[in-house]
Ligand binder design. Structure first.
Ligand code: NAD
Ligand code: 2ZO
Length: 482
């Protein structure tokens, strides 16, 4: 890497040992997963903090959250460099992730003072009112692709509503959630309000089962999401599930082709293709397929893969060796099933000897794809775009919806009526019209079908981190039947 990154200091529930060398393929830090005792301690301390935090007014909570957002802005480059070491994504993308994180905290700080209920008039001067109240201790469980951003997306609405959060990052990326905990503390949240516990499946299970936990917000794969839901159901805990996808991107022949090509690249190659909402099934209307392929391949071939700490790099390293092998396995299988590799799809070894053990894969465009191929049906979570021809709107809608996933979708067309008709008929939590993978924090994000339920970001997420109490006030005498 161009420069070394110092790991943040660790907090009480984080048993990782910083190593001084952070070259690709090396161990980032050694971790002892948190067991029953540490998880119990983290949840109890979060509960004590919740009792204080939930009694503050929205304005008071907002002031502290705004200070946290300010500190993140101030430390943006340091956190981004740690995120690169954590995940392997390019520094340019990591900086954007950190910006999205502080924007999210600012956004929910703005909402905190607006939380309110309703006043309902009843006969005889009696009335009722509703109060929006916090849930208590919420658990956040994160995936490894957007470690800092996921921690912010979960904690910001949780804290705005007056909850505490115990967050478990993926054991693949344990570092930057700890930095967020330190920042919240520095900003003035009560001790324990945002706790980080480290560990994998076992630690996650302990969190989901703990009786003092009111809600679990999970980001990860569908199989793990099902387990989380099952565990939470035992304690009748609320759940938000942000799961995987295999999203369609539909490009009609009347599109602005230059934008559609840029959109297809954005839909497939951010964060080495390890993005849940990627539009990996690119349906292109047959008439424009030759121009589309020529241009998309030309631009994919020049994506600079390599040292993620360098400003000019556009694609860094995949998360781990087993994951890289899984992605390369999908490409091999695609070829066996008849797909044609137009570019990339191989392990890439940069010329810098320090980077030779990194898990780099050259971005890949697959042609000759059919809907029944594994590469078109399953989430690869790597830099692999599958391109499929189509003829009519009805046909492409049916094929686009023929999946158990439903996280995102996209359409490129100049026909405004068609754009909205297609958006209405796509079975997905998000539809991008004439763009892809933009994610302003004001906009709700979440899935349909097996991509999950509940939402993150936007005003609606307040409903997933609070509960409504109804207070009924009698102004007259009690009318009793007895
Ligand atoms: N929809 C979204 O917002 C979104 C965002 C990012 C990633 N993802 C999805 O996440 C997946 C990749 O991430 P991953 O490999 O980290 O997913 P994963 O399901 O393997 O792990 C996710 C988290 O769950 C924890 N975990 C694993 N087993 C558990 C158990 N039994 N109980 C409780 N927790 C457990 C892991 O330690 C990790 O923190 C992809 O499918 C991707 O699409 C979805
Ligand atoms: C690419 N977005 C829009 C930032 C969403 C990332 C969410 C998780 O993978």
């Amino acid at each position: 890497m161009c420069s070394q990154t110092a790991l943040p200091s660790c907090n009480v529930f984080n048993a990782c040992t910083p190593l001084s060398v952070l070259f690709p393929g090396r161990v980032l830090c050694d971790m002892i997963p948190c067991g029953e005792e540490e998880v119990d301690e983290a949840i109890k301390s979060a509960h004590s903090a919740y009792l204080k935090w939930s009694k503050l007014s929205g304005m008071e909570r907002a002031r502290i959250m705004l200070e946290a957002a300010r500190i993140i802005r101030e430390r943006r480059d340091e956190i981004a460099r740690a995120e690169v070491a954590n995940n392997g994504k390019s520094i340019t993308e990591a900086q954007v992730d950190i910006d999205v994180a502080w924007q999210c905290i600012e956004y929910y700080a703005g909402i905190a003072p607006t939380l309110s209920g309703q006043h309902i008039q009843l006969p005889g001067g009696s009335f009722a009112y509703t109060r929006r109240e916090p849930l208590g201790v919420c658990v956040g469980i994160g995936a490894w692709n957007y470690p800092f951003q996921i921690a912010a997306w979960k904690s910001a609405p949780a804290l705005a509503c007056g909850n505490a959060m115990v967050f478990k990052p993926s054991p693949m990326t344990p570092v930057t959630a700890v930095m967020l905990a330190e920042i919240y503390k520095e900003a003035g949240v009560p001790d324990g309000l945002f706790n980080v516990v480290q560990g994998g499946a076992e630690t996650g299970g302990l969190l989901c089962h703990h009786p003092m936990v009111a809600k679990v917000s999970f980001t990860g794969s569908v199989p793990t999401g099902k387990k989380v839901m099952e565990m939470a159901a035992k304690g009748v805990k609320q759940v938000t599930l942000e799961l995987g996808g295999k999203s369609p991107l539909i490009i009609f022949k009347d599109c602005e082709l230059e934008n559609a090509i840029k959109g297809a690249l954005m839909a497939n190659f951010l964060t080495q293709g390890e993005v849940c909402c990627n539009g990996t099934r690119v349906f292109v209307q047959r008439e424009i397929m030759p121009q589309f392929l020529e241009e998309v391949v030309k631009r994919t071939k020049v994506i600079s893969v390599g040292d993620p700490m360098c400003e000019e790099t556009r694609m860094g390293a995949l998360i781990s060796k087993p994951h890289m092998e899984k992605v390369l396995g999908f490409i091999k299988q695609a070829k066996e099933q008849g797909a044609k590799v137009l570019c990339g799809g191989e392990r890439f070894v940069p010329s810098d000897p320090k980077l030779k053990d990194g898990y780099f894969v050259s971005p890949c465009v697959l042609d000759n794809c059919r809907d029944d191929m594994t590469c078109v049906k399953e989430e690869i979570f790597g830099p692999v775009m599958s391109v499929l021809p189509f003829d009519t709107e009805d046909e492409v809608l049916q094929r686009a919806n023929n999946t158990t996933f439903g996280l995102a979708s996209g359409v490129f067309t100049r026909d405004i009526a068609r754009a909205h008709r297609v958006a209405e008929n796509l079975q997905a939590g998000t539809c991008y019209i004439n763009n892809y993978n933009v994610g302003p924090v004001e906009v709700p994000f979440g899935g349909y079908k097996m991509s999950g339920f509940g939402r993150e970001n936007g005003q609606v997420t307040i409903e997933y981190y609070s509960q409504l109490k109804t207070v009924v006030v009698e102004m007259g005498d009690v009318e009793s039947f007895f």
